[in-house]
Design a protein around this ligand. Structure first.
Ligand SMILES: *[C@@H]1O[C@H](CO)[C@@H](O)[C@H](O)[C@H]1NC(C)=O
Ligand SMILES: *[C@@H]1O[C@H](CO)[C@@H](O)[C@H](O)[C@H]1NC(C)=O
Length: 304
């Protein structure tokens, strides 16, 4: 009963927002899970002209999204709904179809579809500015990841040439099969868990729009050829982060030489760099600094 009381009072707090239309509403999950969807639905039923909605990590479902769309289709510009397991690809498609002013969208990969990308690229839809996609798996092999057709990505970029496509990956190595087989217009790529050498090789070949790449935990094979391929093909790359993987000092210097001064952010853990016949760890930073045109040192884990 006490828990119920907590829900009620939060519910009332949220209620005071209801009549403040046209403002930036952020809904945190202050409410107990069991009441969240109904509370949210009340917000949506009573709202008009909402422009930004962040409902990440909540139990919002297709029905409450439909109500949201019905009332706010003209004004919605930003929708962040990563980690909403009760929303299906049909639910998000309904948003894209009706909210033609939507410029920023964050969602999970499993509800991304060809139809969604095409809906966002329809003639009547405004240009998309920011698309964030999280590909997450809790247990290896639990989800089978589908691929997105090249034509759908092409349509998106034709309609919104300046869009940032940001992808976060928290997958197991064997789950990457569907990704980067064809040209993918991703601009920002973050690998939070292991990613294989083979996939990094595909990224060099198929991600010409790449601006930022962060790789954590690749395992213990050097990424020399993959990084050089990325430097050669991703002409807009300006930021690289590496940790828990291995690159020979020579290959790393070649990578920096190829990218040159456009590399404005270069964050590499010291233990990533493997000394070889040509360069010791001591020599790396002077060589790198020469190509970057500024002082540079690898990052060192603080020892406390
Ligand atoms: C929002 O939509 C619901 C369902 O279509 C409707 O019942 C409600 O009156 C609408 N609210 C506003 C403020 O227009
Ligand atoms: C690289 O960036 C420039 C300037 O922002 C842009 O015009 C160009 O299309 C980009 N190249 C690719 C392959 O995306």
């Amino acid at each position: 009963m006490k828990e119920h009381g907590v829900c009620q009072s939060n519910f009332v707090d949220t209620g005071s927002f209801l009549f403040l239309n046209n403002i930036f509403i952020i809904l945190f999950l202050l409410l107990c899970k069991s009441h969240f969807v109904s509370a949210l639905t009340v917000v949506f039923v009573n709202s008009k002209s909402l422009s930004s909605i962040k409902i990440e990590d909540t139990s919002v479902d297709d029905l409450s999204l439909k109500i949201l769309v019905a009332n706010n289709s003209d004004t919605l510009r930003l929708l962040k709904m990563s980690s909403c397991p009760h929303v299906s690809s049909d639910g998000i498609l309904c948003v894209a179809d009706h909210c033609q002013g939507l410029r920023e969208l964050a969602l999970n990969y499993y509800i991304l579809s060809d139809e969604l990308l095409l809906a966002l690229s329809s003639e009547t839809h405004v240009n998309l500015e920011h698309l964030r996609i999280d590909a997450v798996s809790e247990n290896p092999g639990q989800i089978e990841f589908h691929s997105i057709k090249k034509q759908s990505w092409d349509a998106l970029i034709k309609h919104s040439p300046g869009v940032d496509v940001v992808m976060y990956f928290f997958l197991y190595e064997e789950e990457f099969e569907a990704f980067f087989k064809e040209e993918t217009p991703v601009t920002h790529l973050y690998f939070g868990r292991s990613v294989s050498k083979a996939i990094l090789g595909r990224i060099g070949l198929n991600c010409p729009r790449l601006i930022e790449l962060v790789v954590c935990a690749n395992g213990l094979q050097t990424l020399d050829t993959e990084l050089i391929c990325i430097a050669e093909h991703c002409k807009n790359l300006t930021a690289l982060g590496l940790s828990e993987c291995e690159v020979s000092c020579s290959a790393f210097i070649e990578f920096v030489r190829l990218c040159g001064k456009r590399l404005t952010q270069l964050s590499v853990m010291e233990d990533v760099l493997i000394p070889d016949d040509e360069y010791s760890l001591d020599k790396v930073h002077t060589e790198v600094a020469k190509h970057l045109g500024r002082i540079w040192f690898p990052d060192v884990l603080p020892v406390w």
